[in-house]
Ligand binder design. Structure first.
Ligand code: SAM
Length: 277
């Protein structure tokens, strides 16, 4: 594989810095820079854009984002072993790559908005063990429109299908309601396991989410609670699964039949329930 940016091939970088993948950190690296460029492109033109990348690892996607013209990449990485490799990329793109060693779950994303003026996007090949929680945090924050202009994220395909799911299907659940409430979400493309080092067991998908400017008014925490209760017992009728939150009385106030099941409710109906909590 030839390098597209004058930096060494990722395989050499990984060997030189001894970056054997750690399963506990969800490390499945993309080494093909054509593929990482395809992921970066799925977020749209990058000129003038600041990108927050979660988990840059050895930097394959980071390099693609910078090669495609992102004005700045703020990369949050938990594994200190990756920092020397990322420092080489920062040297190659002076002033354009800021690496933050830390946990993306604990990071204050609004601190980036405060210091940079251009639009902000998140682009990431997410560690599978924290990916869903990160997305839920970004979708349910109290401030809307949020700090980001869009999210372009890689998940296991099964999770991606849940994010873009519509009512009345098996994949529809808490993630589909939260994503459908505040964003337009679509799957951009799939990536087969063999594209990664080491290969994961399943196919991955890149999901692109764009915030809705005016989502149905409702509180994110309340919506998370009501969807958790409803889908926690998805085969049961709502009068049973929502009992801890008010059961039949809550459903009557929301004018929703108590015999219905969670997967038949629209996002608007879930928001109605959340507003009544
Ligand atoms: N971006 C690289 C790529 O595409 O080849 C690596 C992606 S790998 C799936 C996930 C990365 O997230 C790893 O580098 C891992 O160390 C990092 N990571 C895992 N948990 C993290 C966390 N809580 N906060 C920040 N980074 C994390």
């Amino acid at each position: 594989m030839s390098s597209l940016d004058g930096l060494p091939p990722l395989r050499d970088v990984i060997a030189r810095h001894e970056l054997a993948a750690k399963k506990a950190l969800g490390q499945n690296f993309l080494l093909d820079l054509n593929l990482t460029q395809k992921v970066a492109r799925a977020s749209g033109p990058l000129e003038g854009v600041t990108v927050i990348e979660i988990g840059p690892g050895p930097g394959g996607l980071t390099r693609a984002l910078l090669a495609l013209g992102a004005s700045k990449v703020v990369a949050i990485e938990r594994d200190p072993r990756c920092l020397p490799a990322l420092a080489e990329i920062a040297d190659h793109y002076p002033g354009k790559l800021e690496v933050i060693e830390g946990d993306a779950l604990a990071f204050d994303y609004y601190s980036v908005q405060a210091t940079d003026t251009g639009p902000l996007r998140i682009v990431a090949n997410l560690p599978y063990n924290v990916g869903t929680q990160l997305l839920v945090n970004w979708l349910t924050g109290p401030i809307w429109p949020p700090f980001y202009e869009s999210l372009t994220l890689m998940f296991q395909r099964e999770v991606a299908l849940r994010i873009v799911a519509e009512p009345d299907g098996d994949a529809y659940g808490r993630l589909g309601v939260l994503a459908g409430w505040r964003t337009d979400a679509r799957i951009a493309f799939d990536i087969p396991p063999q594209a990664f080092t080491p290969p994961p067991k399943v196919t991955s998908s890149v999901v692109h989410l764009v915030p809705r400017p005016h989502p149905i008014p409702c509180d994110g925490d309340a919506l998370a609670r009501v969807t958790q209760a409803a889908f926690g017992q998805r085969r049961k009728m709502l009068r049973q699964s929502l009992k801890p939150l008010g059961g039949e009385a809550l459903l009557a106030k929301a004018e929703i039949e108590p015999t219905r099941r969670a997967e038949t409710l629209s996002v608007e109906e879930f928001c109605r329930l959340a507003r009544l909590l």
